[in-house]
Ligand binder design. Structure first.
Ligand SMILES: Cc1cc2nc3c(=O)[nH]c(=O)nc-3n(C[C@H](O)[C@H](O)[C@H](O)COP(=O)(O)OP(=O)(O)OC[C@H]3O[C@@H](n4cnc5c(N)ncnc54)[C@H](O)[C@@H]3O)c2cc1C
Length: 552
């Protein structure tokens, strides 16, 4: 019998496990489908290049064929181990834009606004360079550092951006977001600082915290409309964990699996559940809807020197030096997150804030790292930061071991492709500037033949991929149609919350790991009633003591 059963030990789940088990009187269970995070490739930053191919540590989903991407089905990696996607991600530390959180505040009230988010980001952070006087925190568990080893091409990219009239930004999480610069990363002493490293490892032996790995949750158990436990499969055995009478089930399976588990448990659009023969617990049509993601297109060039991180016989000596440097000093190119520099720019000058993000990689990256690209080159990832297209997560079947249906519906809004065309043009302008031109040998993709808008559109439709930021599938809001209320309680049900990237009402303009960790910290304070509940109750429009389903 647990006071809290947290399902999913990802970016959000690890924070919750830490905070909720800090009270020794509460018994906490953390269920995770993947194994413990012992694989050294997780902790060595450049190991990211090999984690895409792992079937053990990565859910490796495929989307439904995408109508506006030539019916292609896209690869969607998601982490499957302690730390979840923060154990396989690119470690870029970005909070998003203040206006993103103004929209959250409109959706969910003051506890989700920028003022609160900013305070929590600072509380959670241990920044190696910046301090409290300039927008950052130094006392939190989440280590944020500069990269230890910057490839010369990453520096050239930033220089070239300035030559292309984009200002330099020394801190994308500081006074403003716009400009080119170097990313700070969630790393400590040259190693990945996943949510598990930051929040779980130090508390793993707490007597009131049980961590059950390789446990695939299959269903939330309900009595009437009250969540009372979770069933899961571990080593082909069906098992159950139960809550105490006032205990809670907290879903932190991420934006793909949380709506799937809700639907498998009878919570979702009644018609869809009926189609799959699932008994209805509560008709909540928006479960799985409102899926948003950052679609990404690349510019990839061959380099005229051996400066990039290469895949070639001639790279072996540098590779060996790098390996020893990493093993003995935690330095060298193996500490690279690959996406070393980048920027935030506007697709046109009249826009009031950046709507494009660049990630520059001083290497080739083909098919998410699943294919080896031999030689020396560099890649610019260009993503549409504020997409208008909306998709959904659905069910393919009622079998919990099947992947869900993932339909991001990319480019269904015509505005989105216009942003991406502008992104390719700005990216090429940066590559043409002297500091990058000096490295240029030839453009591999889109290639020199692709110049007109029509050709660029055709190229985007044939090649665009995810940059891994799905959110929004259990939208939080004050309105009755939202999936969770501002306390993150699932509407119409008792003793069950969602706490992960799926609650974001709108996608933030940036990478989503830090915002998800912040969501979990906020949720923990709400669950433990460390915040002013009167104000929260007022913001959600009902008194907590009257928490009847019909009022939710
Ligand atoms: C390849 C990649 C690169 C990325 N790069 C960056 C980056 O550089 N910077 C950044 O900020 N963000 C990045 N992101 C995004 C960021 O990591 C995610 O937004 C964030 O980790 C989401 O956190 P979450 O808690 O919602 O889900 P997750 O961290 O994905 O956690 C969900 C957990 O639930 C578990 N789970 C799922 N289903 C079940 C089940 N049925 N039973 C039990 N457990 C289950 C999963 O195994 C996982 O551990 C990247 C993501 C990926 C995949």
């Amino acid at each position: 019998m647990y006071d809290y059963i947290i399902v999913g030990a990802g970016s959000a789940g690890c924070v919750l496990a830490n905070r909720l088990s800090a009270d020794p009187s509460k018994r906490v269970c953390l269920l995770e489908a993947g194994p413990r995070d012992t694989n050294p490739l997780i902790h060595m930053p450049l190991g990211i290049a090999l984690l895409s191919n792992s079937k053990k540590l990565n859910w490796a989903f495929q989307t439904a064929p995408q109508q506006h991407l030539n019916e292609r089905s896209l690869f969607w990696p998601r982490g499957k181990t302690l730390g979840g996607s923060s154990s396989i991600n690119a470690m870029v530390y970005i909070r998003g834009h203040e206006e993103d959180y103004q929209a959250w505040e409109q959706a969910g009230g003051e506890y989700w606004g920028w003022k609160r988010a900013f305070a929590l980001f600072k509380k959670l952070e241990h920044n190696q360079r910046f301090d409290k006087s300039n927008y950052h925190g130094t006392d939190g568990e989440l280590a944020v550092s500069d990269l230890k080893d910057l490839n010369p091409l990453s520096k050239s990219f930033v220089q070239a951006g300035m030559e292309a009239k984009i200002s330099f930004n020394g801190d994308f999480n500081g006074a403003h977001q716009e400009g080119v610069g170097f990313y700070q990363v969630t790393q400590k002493h040259g190693q990945r600082w996943s949510s598990a490293r930051a929040f779980l490892h130090d508390v793993i032996n707490r007597p009131n915290l049980d961590i059950i790995t390789e446990a695939h949750a299959t269903k939330v158990l309900f009595e009437d409309r009250k969540a009372v436990g979770v069933s899961y499969i571990q080593k082909n055995m069906h098992q159950q964990v139960k809550t105490t009478d006032s205990g809670e089930v907290i879903l932190s399976l991420g934006a793909v699996n949380t709506p799937q588990l809700l639907m498998l448990s009878g919570v979702g659009a009644a018609a869809e559940l009926k189609e799959h023969g699932i008994a209805l617990v509560h008709d909540l049509p928006e479960v799985g809807k409102n899926l948003q993601d950052h679609l990404d297109i690349t510019l990839m060039c061959a380099a005229n020197s051996r400066a990039p991180i290469g895949v070639a016989f001639s790279f072996i000596p540098r590779g060996l030096v790098g390996l020893f440097s990493y093993i003995f000093k935690r330095k060298g190119f193996l500490t690279s997150n690959v996406a070393e520099s980048g920027g935030f720019v506007k697709s046109s000058p009249e826009r009031d804030r950046p709507n494009l993000q660049f990630h520059f990689l001083p290497t080739y990256l083909k098919d998410h790292g699943r294919k080896i690209a031999v030689g020396y080159g560099y890649t610019l990832h260009i993503c549409d930061l504020l997409p208008k297209s909306r998709g959904r997560i659905g069910l393919k079947s009622a079998n919990p071991m099947d992947d869900p249906l993932i339909d991001p519906n990319y480019l269904s809004d015509p505005e989105d492709i216009k942003t991406m065309i502008a992104g390719i043009k700005i990216g090429r302008a940066i590559f043409d500037a002297p500091s990058m031109a000096k490295h240029f040998k030839r453009e591999i993709v889109p290639g020199p033949a692709v110049t007109s808008d029509d050709e660029i559109v055709a190229d985007i439709r044939s090649r665009a991929e995810t940059i891994y930021h799905p959110v929004g599938t259990c939208r939080m809001g004050k309105d009755p149609a939202s999936v969770v209320d501002p306390c993150l309680q699932v509407r119409g049900l008792r003793n069950i919350r969602v706490v992960d990237a799926s609650i974001m009402p709108n996608l933030v303009a940036g990478n989503t790991n830090a915002p998800t960790i912040m969501i979990a910290e906020n949720a923990a304070e709400i669950i433990m009633r460390k915040v002013d509940m009167t104000s929260l109750d007022a913001s959600i429009g009902f008194a907590r003591q009257n928490l009847e389903p019909e009022l939710l």
